[in-house]
Design a binder for this molecule. Structure first.
Ligand code: NCD
Ligand code: ZN
Length: 344
């Protein structure tokens, strides 16, 4: 295999930019690699109307150095202004819409409690040939945290798909073999896969008598058998799965080793390199480009990016922290060696 790999410039179909200084830091990392990024709308005040989406897009644009396109889904709630929602979708102020089941993850308290209450919004998405992006976890006291994805698929997604068969759906950060199988077997549904779900299992989070807060994310990482199926889907089942890092930074003070640690893994400083290393380990480097730069664009009916990026096979160590102004975030894969690096 050659030491230099050239691929069409990637897009990141699921990433968290946050706001303020954090937004500037994350945009800087992401806009150097990607052409487009789906900027998740779970900001402290969530992006629930087109005005907020336009402002948020402008903020990210202002912070980005290169040509770069942030795409902002509407954060779905049970009390959206329907006219604004429709026109936001029609005018492409919104890049589809994101369903967060209430209390499933960071800043999801305004999310949806009863999915049938927003069927009118799904109808609009279906009519407009737009996309529903889903955080696919069912939250209930009766459901084990590791089973949330399966229960969401069985109890919620099946019904949504039956009622809206033409609605395009992305099951975000799919985390289980069960989810992978569901996506493969059904029409109009695709999935994004993160690097961390292909690198970690629950043993990396729950370590004897402690929890590693920097490996804690939603959906939580699962078993070895899930990890293997995710790797197979990303590396070899190359039409329905695409790159979505779910890079989700939290300042270190919000990642303390206690029960209040916020879920989210910050991989932006090394995500494309991690994907490349994973594809290399699986002897699938030839399939990297289709996963990172083609499948997502095809699913969303976008053209492929014109530019290319180059990666070189050489070892480097991921720095422990990203520091910018007053912000300090622990990087995923901190102090570990990666054997591919983007070169400019
Ligand atoms: C994300 C965040 O912090 O915003 N956290 C995470 O663990 N992935 C939200 C999300 O995508 O679930
Ligand atoms: Zn996310």
């Amino acid at each position: 295999m050659p030491n230099i790999l050239e691929i069409v410039q990637p897009d990141d179909w699921h990433i968290h930019f946050r706001e303020g200084d954090m937004l500037e830091m994350v945009t800087n990392y992401s806009s150097r690699i990607n052409n487009r990024c789906v900027a998740m709308p779970n900001t402290k005040v969530p992006i629930t109307d087109s005005n907020k989406a336009i402002l948020y897009k402008n903020k990210i644009n202002k912070a980005s150095k290169d040509k770069f396109e942030p795409l902002i889904p509407c954060y779905l709630t049970e009390s959206l202004d329907i006219n604004d929602f429709r026109s936001g979708i029609q005018n492409k102020y919104f890049f589809g819409a994101k369903l967060y089941p209430s209390n499933a993850t960071t800043n999801s308290k305004y999310g949806v409690r009863q999915i049938s209450n927003i069927y009118n919004l799904f109808e609009i998405l279906e009519e407009e040939n737009s996309t529903l992006l889903i955080h696919g976890e069912k939250v209930s006291d009766k459901i084990d945290i590791f089973d949330r994805e399966k229960y969401f698929i069985d109890d919620e997604l099946q019904i949504i798909r039956k009622k809206f068969p033409l609605l395009k759906i992305v099951l975000e950060h799919v985390s289980t073999a069960y989810g992978v199988k569901y996506i493969k077997q059904n029409k109009n549904i695709a999935g994004t896969i993160t690097p961390h779900h292909m690198l970690l299992t629950k043993r990396d989070v729950f370590i004897s008598d402690k929890i590693d807060p920097h490996h804690f994310c939603m959906p939580v990482v699962k078993d070895e058998s899930d990890l293997i199926e995710l790797r197979n889907a990303a590396c070899f089942d190359n039409t329905k799965f695409f790159l979505g890092t779910d890079s989700a930074p939290h300042p270190i003070e919000e990642k303390k080793s206690n029960a209040n640690s916020k879920p989210g893994i910050f991989s932006a400083p090394c995500s494309i390199e991690l994907y490349t290393q994973i594809f290399d380990q699986e002897n699938a480097l030839n399939n990297l480009e289709v996963f990172s730069s083609i499948n997502g664009a095809n699913f969303y009916n976008f053209s492929h990016n014109d530019k290319k990026i180059k990666l070189e096979k050489k070892d480097w160590i991921v720095p422990e922290f990203s520091v910018y102004k007053n912000i300090k975030v622990k990087n995923f894969y901190a102090n570990k060696k990666i054997n591919w690096k983007v070169i400019n």
